[in-house]
Design a protein around this ligand. Sequence first.
Ligand code: GLP
Length: 244
Amino acid sequence: MTVRILDSPAAAGAAAAAVVRDCVQDKPDAVLGFATGSSPLPLYNALAESGEDFSGVRGFALDEYVGLPPGDPRSYATVINSEVVERLGLPQGTVRVPDAAAADLDAAAREYEQAIRDAGGVDLQILGIGHNGHVAFNEPGSALDSRTRVEELAERTRRANARFFDSPDEVPTRCLTQGLGTILDARHLLLIAHGADKAEIVARALQGPVTPDCPASALQLHPRVTVVLDRAAAAKLTDTGTPA
Ligand code: GLP
């Protein structure tokens, strides 16, 4: 695991963008895994500002809420479209998002897994981390080998995401999410976190026991992980080997 600690979220975003650019330079039709939430936004800003050609890239989003109408501005399909597809100049339709409006959600989950396999797997998976250690929407208790499936959102997660909704009650209670096993199949994982509120969970995830109680601790099982943090999010790590 490589841990990089930068002075600010913007600097962390630039460092993470360099990892993405390296991947795409090596493989212009790379399959990227895209995360939503605020953590990857400085990365997406840096990629958009780089002016590089990402038009050959294909992608998969990590998760989607169940129960929002198609086109809802809070849906991850809409967010991925505005923050990633449009800003990076990707052709429409090249980034898939789990079909959480499907009548048969279990079938939609299986189809998503198959689509990732058909694309040859994910080359580089961008990840954020929730305050309770969730990655994508794998809440505490998720099996380390779980696959794409319907999940109930934890109350902690619904509270955190209420900032995107008019009232906390509007936050959906369910989602369709890639599993931890699905995420661990990606060839390279890129975890981004910033802010003092993430410091404790980052330390638990990277240096605590590997346990479903902290789903992000599953990253310790992966052979190729790059972690990019700002100084505040790194504050509770011990002995990272990175000069302060
Ligand atoms: C969200 C998303 C995750 C994200 C996490 C952290 O609910 N489902 O993919 O990584 O929570 O969000 P943020 O980056 O806004 O702190």
